[in-house]
Design a protein around this ligand. Structure first.
Ligand SMILES: Nc1nc2c(ncn2[C@@H]2O[C@H](COP(=O)(O)OP(=O)(O)OP(=O)(O)O)[C@@H](O)[C@H]2O)c(=O)[nH]1
Length: 435
């Protein structure tokens, strides 16, 4: 595969893929490391440990047994003569682990291995962990410490036992003697001050010999449970972090999208308004603001065909003379004012259209000419009574027509125009109604 193509394919990977890959690799590495490495060990043998002694049952309860400890480079040897006297005669090898009042925390180790030799297969070796806990132990009272033990078989040759803490039991004599409540009657290895390797219960003979080569503790820096918890936290934490990041990213994207949508909506609104304004302007006469012919067409197009409609044609009398006498701009002013005066007098439903130079049309949705004629008359009087620039006396003539059923607008307009013509011919400043 060409290098370029491989690079392009890597490009589809996102940071989450790399993080996921890293987490998987970290998890596998930790699991393998914990399984094959992370070893924690502590060994007691004649080459590295000297705080060791023999003890026996003398000095307590009339004991007469005699224990003697010697050692070689490879092992410690306990020679023991068990004599009648103590209720349970014994000799032991004692490994003193205390450092001041502090012992060793054995609970971080998962396994204890003992390598020993007992010259008689019928006997048992008693391996005891002695734990100090101020909850039930008192300084200078040796037997107030917790005795947790296991009995191992004697063997003619060397034998090795690898033991877990679950195989140990708290000595029943200790619970009974010290009246220990159940909550303290469980195995405990957090502060071991002494390991004792002793002769077993019910010995069969008098002379015994126990050789102890070593005791070794093994464990892991990180226990299985701790590692599982650690991995759970690592994965859980990463997942939570990823979820929060994704959530925040989605929310930001949503906010951005909302903003863009809002901006688009605003732009659309503005465009619509501009469009409306332009349409409105294109329908209006710039001088008088009345509708123009384009506006008239739009108004008629939106009008139902058979709706009743009256047309009032309005024409200024002798407007040419006003222009000629007072100038074109005064004429413009008059046109403007005229439109304003008419707009003041009509309803919103009545529409004023500048039809040509000084000609205006008023569209009214009346049925019946009488009402339209009334309006035309009212307007005539109103306009005639207004003050005009340059003290002009201004009058208008009106032609009124009602669109008949089936009649076109143009035909009705023509009739209104004829009526207007009659008003002009009849002396101006008057209203004429189309026949
Ligand atoms: N100032 C101005 N004058 C205009 C405008 N449009 C048309 N006119 C003038 O309006 C006048 C119309 O004159 P005529 O058609 O003879 O009508 P009239 O003088 O009003 O006479 P009658 O209608 O018969 O009473 C012309 O002089 C046009 O130049 C405009 O926009 N502004």
């Amino acid at each position: 595969m060409p290098a370029q193509k491989i690079i392009t394919q890597w490009g589809i990977l996102q940071p989450i893929h790399f993080v996921l890959g890293l987490l998987i690799m970290l998890t596998i590495t930790l699991l393998l490391w914990q399984h094959y490495g992370m070893n924690l060990s502590l060994r007691f043998d004649p080459s590295n440990f000297t705080k060791i002694s023999a003890s026996d049952d003398r000095d307590t309860e009339g004991g007469k047994s005699i224990g003697l400890l010697t050692y070689t480079a490879d092992y410690w040897r306990l020679d023991c003569q068990l004599n009648e006297g103590h209720r349970s005669p014994y000799c032991s090898i004692d490994l003193d682990l205390s450092n001041g009042s502090q012992g060793i925390d054995f609970s971080k180790y998962t396994q204890i291995t003992i390598h020993y030799r007992y010259q008689d297969a019928r006997e048992q070796v008693n391996l005891v962990m002695i734990n100090f806990n101020p909850e039930y132990s008192v300084e200078n009272d040796y037997r107030s410490q917790k005795f947790t033990e296991i009995y191992l078989p004697g063997a003619m040759g060397w034998s090795t036992h690898a033991l877990s803490w679950r195989q140990f039991n708290v000595a029943s004599w200790w619970i009974a003697d010290k009246k220990i409540p159940p909550k303290w009657a469980d195995n405990e290895f957090s502060n071991i001050r002494e390991i004792r390797v002793a002769t077993g219960l019910f010995p069969k003979k008098t002379n015994h010999q126990i050789d102890l080569a070593y005791i070794e503790l093994n464990g892991k820096w990180i226990s299985n449970n701790t590692l599982q918890l650690l991995l759970l936290l690592l994965w859980g934490g990463s997942a939570a972090f990823w979820l929060i990041t994704e959530l925040r990213r989605s929310m930001q994207a949503l906010q951005r999208s909302n903003k863009q949508q809002q901006a688009l909506k605003n732009a659309q609104e503005r465009l619509k308004e501009t469009n409306q304004l332009l349409t409105e302007r294109s329908m209006r006469d710039p001088l008088t603001s009345a509708f123009n012919r384009e506006g008239l067409n739009v108004l008629l197009a939106s009008e139902p065909l058979n709706a009743s409609l009256c047309i009032i044609f309005i024409d200024i009398d002798h407007f040419k003379k006003i222009n000629d006498t007072h100038g074109h701009s005064t004429g413009d002013q008059v046109l403007c004012l005229l439109a304003q005066h008419i707009q003041q007098q009509i309803r919103p439903s009545e529409k004023l259209i500048r039809f040509g130079g000084e000609e205006f049309i008023l569209l009214c949705q009346y049925s019946g000419l009488a009402q339209a004629e009334l309006l035309a008359e009212k307007l005539r009087l109103w306009l005639f009574s207004q003050n005009w620039p340059s003290e002009i006396t201004l009058s208008c003539s009106f032609g009124v027509a009602e669109r008949q059923t089936g009649e076109s607008f143009e035909a009705a307009l023509h009739r209104a125009d004829l009526a207007l013509y009659r008003a002009k011919a009849g002396g101006r400043n008057r209203v004429e109604v189309a026949k």
